[in-house]
Design a protein around this ligand. Structure first.
Ligand SMILES: C[S@@+](CC[C@H](N)C(=O)[O-])C[C@H]1O[C@@H](n2cnc3c(N)ncnc32)[C@H](O)[C@@H]1O
Length: 275
């Protein structure tokens, strides 16, 4: 008689059915309407998106790092998923919003999360080795998409310009990667930060980076592909999952003249630390 195969799960706490759902290489995730407190930040990802990745790439009780945590989406997702979390954020205002939201989430989730750590460090990710971090089991993060928030024509920026309470850029700080005008310098500085991670990562831990290729001056700067190639020398590049948004209105860029796409997808790049 054939014996039933036992499903031994070393990576996460999902059932085989839940596991296989995540394996499709693309998915549609339309961010829910943002809460007032986080509208100020120009580019946050939804907690629900972070939650799905955290649930897949870690187990309950493990520790997750987001070295550029913004207003704290990764930390909120980790509390809901029962993971410890640490976020680093350069802009003190965003770091304070993240702390406030973590506090509120703790009040909502009550006793179930009192043992979980969800710490926000106000600081520069380039100094992450100075922050006395514990061993990290998974990194989930998204960097500034180069200096795109400085692009005056960007549709989202046009909308934000008419609301003075909303930030157009992350900060004026020269250490903020979103303020580096030269693409190669930006890429080098970002890679230098990610190259610090092996010192704190558990062997076999995954790193997920959410990113887009960037259009500027009629040219594509392949940030996602450049990261895949360059970080593939430090980690093993596993693959990408494509995050599609289909709730954005199409704009007639270049119509009648030239091919200019409406880019409604992000790359979720998966790397694994395999020393
Ligand atoms: C794409 S946003 C991340 C948003 C975040 N995932 C969220 O949902 O709120 C990138 C963040 O990186 C921060 N940042 C830029 N340079 C940094 C640095 N050197 N160290 C730490 N954070 C930095 C920016 O202030 C911004 O909040």
């Amino acid at each position: 008689m054939a014996r039933k195969r036992i499903f031994r799960n070393r990576l996460n706490n999902l059932s085989p059915k839940e596991w296989i759902k995540f394996q499709k290489s693309w998915f549609i995730h339309d961010p829910p309407r943002r809460r007032e407190e986080v509208l100020r930040h120009p580019a946050k990802f939804p907690e629900s998106l972070a939650y799905e990745f955290v649930e897949f790439f870690s187990k309950g009780g493990q520790t997750i790092l987001d070295p550029m945590v913004g207003t704290g989406s990764t930390l909120i997702a980790c509390l809901r998923a029962g993971r410890h979390s640490i976020g680093i954020e350069l802009n003190p205002t965003y770091a304070d919003i993240a702390r406030e939201l973590v506090k509120e989430e703790r009040e909502n989730l009550l006793d179930s999360v009192h043992h979980l750590k969800a710490e926000v460090i106000t600081g520069d990710a380039a100094l992450l080795l100075d922050y006395n971090l514990p061993t990290i089991d998974y990194v989930f993060t998204s960097p500034p998409y180069w200096d795109m928030l400085h692009a005056h024509g960007a549709q989202t920026q046009r909308k934000r310009r008419s609301s003075p309470e909303l930030d157009l850029t992350y900060s004026e700080d020269p250490v903020d990667l979103g303020n580096i005008a030269d693409y190669e310098t930006f890429l080098d500085r970002l890679i230098q930060i990610y190259a610090l991670l092996p010192s704190i990562l558990r062997p076999k831990a995954y790193v997920t980076i959410i990113v887009k290729n960037i259009k500027k001056g009629g040219k594509i700067y392949p940030l996602a592909w450049d990261l895949g190639k360059r970080l593939g020398e430090i980690f093993t590049l596993k693959d990408e999952r494509i995050w599609c948004q289909d709730d954005i209105r199409l704009a007639p860029y270049g119509m009648g003249n030239a091919w200019v796409s409406n880019t409604f997808h992000h790359y979720c790049l998966q790397f694994r630390y395999e020393p």
